[in-house]
Ligand binder design. Structure first.
Ligand SMILES: Nc1ncnc2c1ncn2[C@@H]1O[C@H](COP(=O)(O)OP(=O)(O)OP(=O)(O)O)[C@@H](O)[C@H]1O
Ligand SMILES: [Mg+2]
Length: 211
């Protein structure tokens, strides 16, 4: 299992937002995208998810070209910017609806994932009553609950309390051990170094340096 971004460039309205990106992500490794605001971290994540199409180049997942051999990655969990859930459903109900699409997991796994992010499965509060951090936790739960091959979390610990950050660390460690390709972005440098095995620096739409 690997994700390869090959000679990838994206121009939006005459502006090059990704410039000849070449990077390969392997399973069992947590990659941390680092870079200033507007450097292209979220755009690179969108490219890997198939949410934007390249102006040039390609994304290859296990030998298959995204946008040609498949429209979207076959097994991916994503949290990019604000998660969107149904306002009048509880956290559990929201995950249940999402899980009913692929039917890979049932009640037990949904409950287990909710607990893993620090949410109570029996909480009767509707999503619209959730705090910012609770919404973020539910977003993480939705991304990881089916244990996908690829996990992409943009700013996963935003608005999350200290205890919650510890839980996110544990989740990522478990998913990494299981063999997922994990890509995250996080502005807290210390936290990033704790979470990521490899840091990829992005500067002005280009890969700057790989440590
Ligand atoms: N919907 C859009 N349409 C056009 N350009 C966009 C759009 N979204 C982002 N951009 C541009 O793409 C470039 C990269 O943005 P991106 O969101 O990837 O940055 P980022 O590294 O994730 O920044 P941040 O740290 O603020 O999250 C920026 O120049 C931005 O202005
Ligand atoms: Mg971003």
């Amino acid at each position: 299992m690997y994700v390869e971004v090959k000679n990838y460039s994206k121009v939006i309205k005459g502006i090059a937002v990704l410039k000849d990106i070449n990077v390969r992500f392997e399973q069992g490794i947590v990659y941390g995208l680092q870079g200033k605001n507007g450097s292209g971290k979220t755009m690179l994540m969108r490219a890997i998810c198939g949410l934007i199409r390249p102006t040039e180049g390609s994304v290859i997942i296990d030998g298959k070209v995204l946008g040609k051999d498949m429209s979207f990655p076959e097994s991916i969990g994503v949290l990019i910017e604000n998660p969107s859930f149904l306002a009048n459903c509880t956290g559990y109900e929201n995950l249940e609806i999402l899980a009913s699409i692929q039917k890979k997991i049932g009640k037990e796994e949904i409950e287990e994932t909710l607990r893993a992010v620090g949410l109570e499965p029996s909480d009767k509060r509707k999503y619209k009553k959730y705090s910012l951090g609770m919404k973020q936790k539910l977003g993480i739960a939705a991304a990881v609950m089916e244990h996908p091959d690829i996990i992409i979390l943009d700013e996963p610990i935003n608005a999350i309390d200290e205890e919650g950050v510890g839980l996110v660390e544990d989740i990522l460690e478990n998913e990494r051990k299981r063999g997922a390709v994990i890509i995250i972005a996080c502005h807290d440098k210390e936290e990033m170094e704790r979470l990521a095995d490899e840091i990829i620096c992005i500067e002005d739409g280009k890969i700057a340096e790989k440590k």
